[in-house]
Design a protein around this ligand. Structure first.
Ligand code: ZN
Length: 367
């Protein structure tokens, strides 16, 4: 059991001093984020501009009111209700120019948050409503991401998302189209969407097979509805990582299986609280999973829909979920071991992160 930060001689530190120290640590830690949706992370100012150009916002709409429109409430009924927050951004992103723009801006935003490695995901088939082809949409996001990476020095990779609600054939087409961008930074394949209405991921196994055959790495969303059983069912598709998966904590046999198979859960506690899966970040299973030995990473899911930065999420798990600085550091560092980029890309990042940690007195002596 790792030493708790607030035990021992630091116990008498006033709370605000302790919290200020944790906040500063979260800010300066070099970060890696693996679970981040493009359409949930559009800048409100950009959304306003795009909405005005499309006649979807009048002159009285401000950046502030657009920010409120794009953000989901702190708590909604369930995952299906949370997904409604994506309707407007998807409506605004139906051409290559806007997709490239928001992809580049997202890389700038995560760079400003101290993120050094990011995997951004989006569902190409949701952006073809006005005639954009899958290939042109993919090319736009790939180009915008590469430009954002060049401007900031962030190492960015992409994950194409298939939709639970789409026909299996359409998802095979997404996998095949995505595979053509494998050498341009598109490295992963995911399945997401309304889990209660479309609980069974197995019908999409051919899309996963096509992605895998092309060298894409496999993840899928599970456990935003339906509890541990949904996470267990996801394992049938043999993913390296699961997006969310937090309810696995309720099933000791599943916890053991995740550990045994080395599957990483890309957790997003604030997003889970919004979707009604946990009462609060303090009540989220992240600490139980970490202390049971499950490999996890920490992400925002959606910067705009969840009104969140990764630094803020790191602070929340330190302050509210009471993870120790050493535990948070190991979560952060594990993202570079679970990442889908190739080894030649990841090795220097790992070395840079480790150099940073070696100079942090607060992490010294942490196992
Ligand atoms: Zn997600």
């Amino acid at each position: 059991m790792p030493r708790d930060e607030c035990s021992g001689p630091r116990l008498w530190y006033p709370l605000h001093v302790r919290n200020a120290g944790l906040d500063a640590l979260a800010a300066r830690m070099p970060k890696a984020e693996l679970h981040l949706h493009l359409d949930g992370s559009v800048r409100p100012a950009t959304a306003l501009e795009l909405a005005r150009a499309r006649g979807l916002a009048d002159r009285r709409t401000t950046v502030r009111s657009m920010r409120r429109r794009l953000a989901a409430p702190a708590r909604v009924a369930d995952q299906a209700a949370l997904l409604r927050a994506f309707d407007l951004p998807i409506l605004l992103l139906q051409d290559g120019e806007s997709l490239a723009r928001v992809a580049g801006e997202l890389i700038e935003d995560v760079a400003a948050d101290g993120t050094r490695y990011v995997e951004v995901r989006w569902a190409p088939a949701l952006h073809t409503g006005r005639g954009l082809s899958l290939g042109d949409g993919l090319a736009a996001v790939v180009t915008g991401t590469a430009e954002g990476a060049a401007r900031t020095g962030v190492v960015a990779r992409l994950i194409a998302v298939a939709m639970r609600s789409h026909d299996p054939e359409r998802n095979v087409a997404v996998a095949e189209a995505a595979a053509r961008f494998h050498d341009r930074g598109l490295v992963g394949f995911d399945l997401a969407g309304p889990e209660a209405a479309f609980p069974d991921a197995w019908p999409h196994r051919r899309a996963f097979a096509a992605a895998r055959a092309a060298g894409l790495r496999i993840t899928l969303h599970a456990g935003e509805w339906g509890g541990a059983a949904q996470v267990r069912a996801a394992l049938a598709l043999d993913p390296e990582r699961i997006a969310h998966g937090a309810p696995a904590a309720d099933d000791p046999a599943l916890v053991a299986e995740l550990i045994g198979r080395g599957v990483t859960l890309d957790l997003c506690p604030t997003s889970n609280v919004q979707a009604g899966l946990a009462r609060s970040v303090a009540a989220h299973p992240i600490r139980r999973l970490v202390r049971a030995g499950v490999r996890v990473t920490l992400s925002t899911d959606d910067r705009t829909v969840s009104s969140l930065t990764l630094t803020a999420e790191y602070r929340r798990v330190l302050r509210r979920a009471r993870l120790t600085p050493g535990e948070l550091w190991r979560i952060d560092r594990h993202a570079l071991d679970a990442a889908f980029a190739d080894e030649a890309t990841l090795a220097p990042l790992r070395a840079a992160f480790d150099r940073w940690a070696a100079g942090e007195a607060r992490l010294a002596g942490q196992p």
